[in-house]
Design a protein around this ligand. Structure first.
Ligand code: SF4
Length: 460
């Protein structure tokens, strides 16, 4: 069969998308709220697919409810299904919050979710409701990154009072909007902030819920997460710190807190690499009035030393980086720092801000040296990759087929990591996370040389 290429006007297909679906991001964000349960308004298959993806990456139980659309709901509306789902969830889980995200189907029929929720709240006998936070997440318009940040913004809009700042500022408390980092990253971030004498309201915080300790008895909802009451106090924080060069260009939760509550916003790139981590620690110095603790200066020194030692392996090498837009931008900045050229930066996202984000994150990279592609699938990445002469791929497990086709090593980062163990424990950020990532990249390049050499080198 002849397949039209993307340049053809007849091209309509996405082949192995370089993105994940929008409500997945919202479900992940809602999973980071203490006692909360995500509910997808739409078909059961969407919730099953999202559960499967989250479970295979985090290796933890993930409950995501569904309003279970039938053919009848698709034609006449799923309001009754949604109300029934809310009643079932409250009876079975007694949640502290229900996060409701829509799927492609409920969005396509134009379901009035806010109206259905109002009707449900006004029904006789429903009793005292937990907060019902709704976010619109049609997957044909966005990716998991957009769904994640839309859910965070919906939580802030619904729960953080506009007048809160004026009531009583919370001394030495900051809001931390980390983006889609790993549980290991979230734990590391909290430790860094605490070492500056600050408290953080981190939104969301799924560190314990999606990478928790062993249970001895069944719990309907895992412990951990941002308390609902803490979200209500975010308008009283002394500052908000958020990560992501694409997010910085969007009207997200950080901007919402700045405009509605007057909380100053520090919008930074993901703290991967020396420059980006320096920027994060400098922001914490400014907010806390404290100098960076000596332990971090020592970590920084070890990272610089590793860069010097590993330079001969990475210098002049070429990388294909793909995945979620903010992670790719952060990685591009880090790779530029170590002299490894990110010759192709690719994402399935279509924010229209990817190119600007990468140039902002890595201003020293010559524009003609890197190809930046958004709205792309893996099939097209494979076509473009033939021209890049790349030595290494850096991205999530969905790039496996590409790596096999190119016969190049794949360093797994971000989400999803389905084909390796410990996806939730990959650390990307801070000096320590960068050092771990640098070691993995250097060792992958060494292993590639070793495996393809006719001589059995022991020392590389
Ligand atoms: S139908 Fe839409 S919401 Fe459901 S799994 Fe597919 S992309 Fe995601």
């Amino acid at each position: 069969m002849l397949v039209a290429e993307k340049s053809s006007p007849h091209y309509t297909a996405t082949r192995n998308p370089c993105k994940l679906c929008t409500p997945l991001g919202a479900a992940l964000a809602f999973s980071g709220i203490e006692g909360a349960l995500p509910l997808l308004h739409g078909s059961q298959g969407c919730a099953t697919y999202i559960r499967r993806y989250l479970i295979s990456h985090f290796k933890e139980p993930v409950d995501i409810a569904s309003s279970n659309f039938s053919e009848q709901s698709a034609v006449f509306g799923g309001g009754d299904n949604l109300k029934q789902a809310l009643a079932n969830i409250r009876r079975q889980y007694d949640p502290a919050l229900i996060g409701i995200a829509t799927t492609c189907l409920s969005e396509t029929i134009g379901e009035d979710v806010p109206g259905i929720l109002r009707e449900y709240a006004q029904q006789d006998g429903v009793g005292t409701l937990p907060p019902l936070v709704h976010v619109s997440t049609p997957s044909y318009q966005g990716t998991y990154r957009e769904g994640f940040h839309a859910a965070v913004k919906a939580l802030v809009t619904a729960l953080a009072g506009a007048a809160a700042k004026k009531i009583r500022p919370l001394a030495q408390t900051i809001n931390l909007l980390p983006g889609m980092l790993s549980p290991e990253d979230l734990r590391h971030l909290k430790a860094i902030v605490a070492d500056f004498g600050l408290s953080a309201i981190m939104l969301p915080d799924y560190a314990d819920r999606l990478d928790g300790a062993q249970w001895t008895e069944y719990r309907p909802i895992q412990p951990g997460g941002t308390p609902v009451a803490a979200i209500g106090q975010m308008g009283q924080a002394v500052a908000t710190v958020q990560f992501g060069h694409v997010l910085a260009l969007e009207p997200g939760a950080g901007q919402q807190l700045a405009q509605a509550c007057g909380v100053p916003l520090a919008s930074l790139g993901l703290p991967i690499g020396i420059n980006a981590t320096d920027a994060f620690l400098t922001a914490l110095e400014t907010i806390s009035g404290r100098a960076t603790p000596s332990a971090y200066r020592a970590e920084r020194g070890r990272l610089v030393d590793a860069y010097v030692d590993g330079h001969k392996y990475v210098s002049q090498k070429r990388a294909i980086v793909f995945g979620e837009e903010d992670l790719v931008a952060g990685l591009a900045a880090f790779l530029a720092e170590i002299g490894l050229m990110p010759v192709l930066c690719a994402t399935g996202g279509k924010s229209g801000r990817f190119r600007e984000a990468i140039h902002t994150a890595a201003p020293d990279l010559a524009r003609e040296d890197i190809r930046i592609e958004e709205g792309i699938d893996f099939k097209t990445v494979e076509t473009l990759a033939a021209e890049t002469e790349a030595d290494i791929l850096i991205g999530n497990s969905k790039g496996l087929h590409l790596a096999r086709a190119l016969q190049k090593p794949l360093v797994r980062v971000g989400f999803p990591i389905h084909d390796r163990f410990g996806g939730g424990r990959v650390r990307h950020i801070g000096y320590r996370g960068t050092l771990r990532l640098f070691d993995r990249i250097v060792n992958s390049l060494i292993a590639q040389r070793q495996n393809t050499s006719e001589v059995g080198y022991f020392y590389m």
